[in-house]
Ligand binder design. Structure first.
Ligand SMILES: [Zn+2]
Ligand SMILES: [Zn+2]
Length: 291
């Protein structure tokens, strides 16, 4: 596919990644990427976020200034050689956190933020503790048991509800790993992605995404880390997006320099198989959709 590759979904030492900004820029350049964008797990800023169990994977709030300064210094160093962007991967956690925490706090980032990837990692049951859908099988099962009376269908529907609520709220450029809910569902352990109720929900979501005019990432992170056997989104989901002309961007969700372009040939093949055209005017982006 004639699309220059980039990775706008990249984690560094500022959150749960294992490399520095400079090491990642250097690797991106060596791999011939057209752009690299940094998207640390954003700090959880609201008071309500204090009700969540402590995490190690989010950036600490006091680090955001240093993070942005580090990226902007790299932009100067690499000017003319590599496009570098400053982003954040912001959690949408129903009634607790979301992109609005940042669009409402532009002074916090001194307008140095180029884009936001918004992702749903957490389910927030009406009764019971919020939990992440991408943890271990045991944590996932415990969450479904205590939050959704053991109903996997209710939990999966709550995930799609959260995606819809996130899109309604807006305030971001790229939708992150849109079907992360399948991460624990290897070999269809908990639910069938071919069942009518599942297909109905992803079809409805594809329509909502198209109407909102946002870009969806084709994320190789699950493959990179050996957690899934397919991309986010699934081939069917990607086809539904293509049918609605939703723009996509291939990203690696890299947590280390080696993974910056991991499984990109497979991602390009999947995008092609879904029917996305190649060349100029294609809705497949390699740099920021809006600048
Ligand atoms: Zn994520
Ligand atoms: Zn990520």
């Amino acid at each position: 596919m004639d699309v220059p590759f980039s990775s706008l979904h990249t984690h560094s030492l500022y959150c749960d990644g294992s490399d520095t900004i400079e090491t990642l820029c250097s690797a991106a350049f060596q791999k011939g990427l057209r752009a690299i964008g940094f998207s640390s797990h954003a700090p959880l800023l609201s008071k309500r976020a204090k009700t969540l169990p402590q995490t190690q994977w989010h950036m600490r709030p006091e680090r955001i200034g240093a993070y942005l300064a580090d990226i902007h210094d790299a932009r100067k160093r690499w000017a003319g050689k590599l496009n570098i962007y400053a982003g954040l991967e912001v959690d949408y956690i129903k009634d607790i956190a979301g992109p609005a925490d940042f669009t409402g706090h532009r002074t916090l980032t001194q307008n140095a933020l180029h884009y936001i990837i918004a992702s749903v990692h957490y389910l927030v049951p009406q009764h019971g503790e919020p939990f992440t859908v991408d943890g271990s099988n045991e944590e996932f099962e415990k969450g479904v048991r205590s939050g959704y009376n053991g109903s996997i269908e209710d939990a999966v529907n709550a995930y799609w509800d959260a995606e819809e609520a996130l899109i309604a709220e807006g305030g971001f450029e790229i939708l992150g790993h849109v079907d992360l809910i399948k991460k624990n569902n290897a070999r269809e352990k908990y639910f069938s992605s071919g069942s009518a109720w599942y297909i109905n929900r992803i079809t409805r979501l594809a329509g909502i995404i198209a109407a909102a005019g946002i870009t969806v990432e084709v994320n190789t992170g699950g493959l990179n880390r050996g957690k899934t056997t397919e991309l986010y989104p699934s081939p069917l989901f990607l086809t539904l997006l293509k049918q609605r002309n939703v723009p996509v961007i291939i990203t690696s969700d890299a947590h280390c320099a080696d993974h910056l372009d991991g499984y990109y040939p497979q991602a390009a093949a999947a995008v092609r198989a879904a029917g996305y055209p190649e060349g100029a005017g294609s809705p497949v982006a390699s740099v920021l959709p809006r600048q």
